[in-house]
Each structure stands twice: as C-alpha cells, then as structure tokens.
Design a protein around this ligand. Structure first.
Ligand SMILES: [Zn+2]
Length: 103
C-alpha cells in the first residue's frame, strides 16, 4: 500500500477517491473511521488516500496534482476540452493535465 495524498478531511479524501476510481485505480483510505471527528485533526490522524497497486502511481500522481490545483484555485468558468485527447481540464489550466497539449 502506497500513501498518495493526505486529505484535510474525509470529504476531501472522498472527492479524490471518486476521481481515482473513475480512472480504474484501486485506493484505500486510511483513518477513514474518524469520520465523526470535528475540527483540525493532527496530521497523523487525517484521512490518507493510499494506492493498493504501486503500478498506478504515475497516473494517480497526475490525477492528484490536478485535484490539488483545483483545491487551491477557485475555479471560474467552464472546463476546457483538450484539442488533442479530448480530456477536460479546469479553466485555470494552460496545458492539458493529461497530455500537456496547450488548451
Ligand atoms: Zn490532452
């Protein structure tokens, strides 16, 4: 099992899990049982998204980075569709997150 992302809370962890699972990547959330906790949790107790298969790491990392960028940047406008691969990227992206083609 390979730790991928330390989430702020379970809601955030679940968003990333949904994203990864939609790409066929198997994940496990460590500390998910702490769902009822309120407030800022110590780092060691925050939900952590882990990969079950280390071979998924490079794909999962790309998805995680796109996810983190979305968390940081307030997204306005429509997602932009890549002219090369057809994948949607957030409106604040200059390059396709999947293939690197300029949008
Ligand atoms: Zn693309």
């Amino acid at each position: 099992m390979l730790p991928l992302y330390l989430a702020r809370d379970l809601t955030e962890a679940q968003l990333l899990v949904d994203r990864l699972e939609s790409e066929g990547i198997s994940v496990y959330v460590r500390n998910a049982a702490l769902q009822g906790a309120i407030g800022e949790l110590p780092t060691t107790l925050r939900p952590e998204v882990c990969l079950l298969d280390p071979r998924d790491l490079s794909r999962a990392t790309a998805i995680k980075e796109e996810f983190e960028a979305r968390q940081r940047t307030p997204v306005t406008g429509e997602d932009r569709r890549c002219p090369a691969c057809g994948e949607l990227s957030p409106p604040n992206f200059e390059l396709c997150w999947r293939c690197g083609e300029p949008l």
